[in-house]
Design a protein around this ligand. Structure first.
Ligand SMILES: Cc1ncc(COP(=O)(O)O)c(C=O)c1O
Length: 427
């Protein structure tokens, strides 16, 4: 056990989580399959190591590498992998028959399941391959004229910034860039920074719900409200927040939102969703050819050509897994994991944190750097000495390793991280 002053059980008690010894310890992936999983109400009593060990046993992650870059892309639990493989094998029996006539019959039911966890109408959800595709559909699909202004932030994701820059270059729209001082514990300052860019020519505001670089959660609803009051359309990049923090899309009061499901929902690689508020669907041109590109049917965003129906349909199993854990329980656990290592790291001389410790402003994602040291050295040290895989972030004022645990991460994995950080600053 690395933690000295505050042992782990004390930590969990401090976090308000007792650790009852309920018998889920012996769960194998098979025993933990969704079919045999106890009801949530039974699991409520097992909110401790045993429950999370059961979750861990559903994953097939390497025992030799501690993967702390789940923010990039998540591994899938065995149930999801098996569903994917099963559907893939059906597909290979006669692809055009099984994919188009059999598997695709699950599409509308999958749409309804996604709408349920998203908290919106089924007719507002398109199933696609990732957040980039969904957001590009909206960015390129909105009618904008030369001189129209779009507000976006310097910490937004490069794929989306590039899409907007393409419209700037090609059509002469004007991009207004918001600079944020992150990490921030001052939501009003963030709201004010966006509002300061509003003008009579502003048509769209593009917001990243959770900044991927350091996990900062933006006050999207408050900004969206101000924008809507001025008739400005609101696009949200929820690549990192969906399936991670506990929210429903309508809570954000936005018009458009897209996410990848292969991040926090643990769905197959290359799966995503696009939400478009019902009355806005006909205002966005379909990105890829559609018989009614300006129609009001959300399915116009799904004419993607041939792709893997097996991976699409296995999204349903990922939703089951997510719901079995429960959105709130999952978010609470992810916060606990982050605070566990960050609180200890805050006490190690030479380390600098780039994410707020306040759970309102981040969930699983935290960034740590070593003052006066090369970031690449820290990256290599953690991997070579401790087998820790994380990602180095160097953008604007953030210079550190981004640490993103997931539901299968254990506290002892984080002890190894803390040992690595501590050894590095002393080396
Ligand atoms: C904030 C944000 N938006 C969008 C994306 C793009 O996701 P994808 O590559 O799955 O389209 C990412 C990827 O990490 C991201 O962090």
């Amino acid at each position: 056990m690395y933690i000295s002053g505050m042992n782990r059980r004390n930590f969990l008690h401090q976090m308000g989580l007792a650790v009852p010894a309920v018998g889920l310890a012996a769960m194998t992936p098979e025993a933990f399959s969704l079919k045999t999983c106890p009801e949530i109400s039974e699991l409520q009593t097992a909110e401790g190591d045993d429950f999370w060990n059961g979750i861990k046993s559903s994953f097939t992650v390497s025992p030799n590498i501690i993967n702390l870059n789940n923010g990039g892309v998540s591994p899938q639990p065995l149930q999801v992998q098996n569903a994917h493989i099963r559907f893939y094998q059906y597909s290979n029996e006669a692809p055009s028959y099984y994919m188009w006539r059999i598997l695709d019959q699950g599409r509308e039911s999958l749409r309804a399941q996604l709408a349920k966890i998203a908290g919106c109408d089924t007719e507002e959800i398109a199933i696609n391959r990732n957040a980039t595709e969904g957001l590009n559909s909206v960015i390129f699909g909105l009618n904008l004229a030369k001189g129209d202004e779009v507000i976006l932030g310097k910490y937004d994701y490069p794929n989306m910034m590039n899409a907007w820059k393409q419209r700037e270059k090609r059509e002469g729209i004007i991009l207004k860039w918001v600079e944020l001082d992150l990490p921030s514990e001052n939501p009003q300052a963030i709201i004010d920074a966006y509002i300061a860019q509003f003008s009579d020519r502003t048509k769209v505001i593009h917001l990243t719900h959770m900044i991927n670089w350091n996990g900062q959660i933006l006050p999207v609803k408050e900004i969206a409200r101000k924008a809507k009051a001025r008739g400005i359309e609101v696009i949200v990049d929820a690549a990192h927040s969906f399936g991670h923090i506990d929210f429903k899309i309508p809570d954000l009061e936005c018009d458009y939102l897209a996410t990848s499901l292969h991040k926090w929902l643990c769905a197959p690689f290359g799966s995503g969703l696009l939400y478009v508020r019902k009355e806005k669907i006909s205002k966005v041109w379909a990105l890829l050819s559609s018989p009614e590109p300006d129609g009001s049917d959300i399915r116009k965003f799904e004419s993607l050509g041939t792709r893997s129906f097996a991976s699409e349909m296995a999204i349903g199993t990922a939703i089951d897994f997510h719901e079995m854990i429960g959105a709130k329980r999952k978010a609470d656990r992810l916060t606990d994991l982050r605070l566990y290592w960050m609180r200890e790291a805050a006490g190690i001389k030479g380390l600098k944190l780039y994410t707020s410790m306040n759970p309102d402003y981040s969930c699983a994602i935290g960034v740590v750097g070593a003052e006066g040291r090369e970031l690449s050295d820290l990256d290599q040290f953690l991997f070579n000495k401790k087998g820790i895989h994380a990602v180095a972030i160097n953008i604007e004022k953030i210079t550190g390793m981004r640490i993103t645990p997931h539901v299968y991460t254990s506290f002892s994995d984080l002890d190894r991280l803390l040992e690595g950080l501590s050894d590095f600053v002393r080396s």
